[in-house]
Design a protein around this ligand. Structure first.
Ligand SMILES: Nc1ncnc2c1ncn2[C@@H]1O[C@H](COP(=O)(O)OP(=O)(O)O)[C@@H](O)[C@H]1O
Ligand SMILES: [Mg+2]
Length: 271
């Protein structure tokens, strides 16, 4: 059975004009898109800015309702569920954003931030939750003393580690990472990608990894889907994307990114 499945998914923004209210321009941010994700799979999602990646992420997480189409988690259609009904599977589907700091309550300590989903979910008592927070901090490579710090006291990399810790606190099955390391420098990006790789092995996670970093995708992802104007225009294996891109848009996308690993460069580029 698939872990997550999207069938003919669309999301149209904007509204029809009515009386004196002018119509907003309608944008099909996601346009009849279908995809399937297996348990423990790591799917990369690339595409230029505005191609609908973040909208797709929100639909797949049940944070927004599609205009049409369906989303299924382990075969269960949750398209029509309300946000409160989504609680049934919220512990299984988590997200890491590009700017974790912006999503943290600035009044919360690290312990409270990572503990928040545990409290919302009514997990154990305060002692049990504190233990889970400590274990989770260790999993993301931070010492226990960070529990008492405030997020604005931490570096960008540490803030993203806390964002990851919050996402794994409930031990989910899927994490959607929406450009999680875009604001970090290249060596830190590598470290963080390795961390996700380790967490996958330890916790049996699946990822949907949205990024502009094609060299990370080719190393980290089993499969890559390329989005353009709300649709998936190409799918390749992670390594295959750089070597055998077919769609002209994908070729342009690859050409626009400096490739660090020369082995991944196409032969004609080497001349
Ligand atoms: N809440 C919204 N209201 C109106 N338009 C939106 C909204 N969210 C996204 N869009 C539009 O949908 C398109 C896709 O956006 P987005 O999903 O953010 O793309 P990406 O993450 O690939 O950059 C863009 O044209 C964007 O302007
Ligand atoms: Mg986006």
């Amino acid at each position: 059975m698939y872990l997550l499945e999207a069938v003919g998914l669309s999301k149209v923004y904007g509204r029809e004009g009515r009386g004196f209210t002018p119509a907003l321009q309608r944008v099909a941010a996601v346009n009849h898109l279908s995809l399937r994700l297996k348990p423990h799979e790591n799917l990369g999602l690339v595409g230029e800015s505005g191609s609908g990646k973040s909208t797709l992420a929100r639909l797949l997480l049940g944070l927004e309702r599609p205009s049409s189409g369906r989303v299924l988690y382990q075969g269960t259609d949750f398209t029509a569920w309300s946000l409160s009904e989504m609680r049934r599977i919220r512990d299984k589907l988590q997200v890491v954003f590009q700017n974790s700091l912006a999503s943290f309550n600035p009044m919360f300590t690290v312990e409270q931030i990572i503990g928040e989903p545990l409290r919302n979910y009514g997990m154990g008592n305060a002692r049990v939750r504190r233990e889970r927070v400590a274990e989770t901090l260790e999993l993301v490579g931070l010492e226990g003393r960070y529990m008492y710090r405030y997020p604005h006291e931490l570096s960008g990399g540490q803030q993203q580690r806390i964002g990851i810790a919050r996402a794994i606190a409930l031990r989910p099955e899927l994490i959607i990472c929406d450009e999680p390391f875009s604001s970090l420098d290249a060596s830190l990006r590598m470290q963080m990608t390795n961390l996700l790789q380790e967490l996958k092995a330890q916790l049996g996670l699946a990822y949907i990894f949205i990024t502009h970093d094609l060299s990370v995708v080719s190393r980290f992802c089993d499969r890559v889907a390329v989005m353009q104007q709300g649709q998936i225009v190409e799918e390749q294996s992670g390594v295959g994307l750089m070597k055998q891109a077919v769609h002209p848009y994908t070729k342009r996308l690859i050409a626009s990114v400096p490739v660090q690993d020369p082995r991944l460069r196409k032969t004609e580029d080497r001349k």
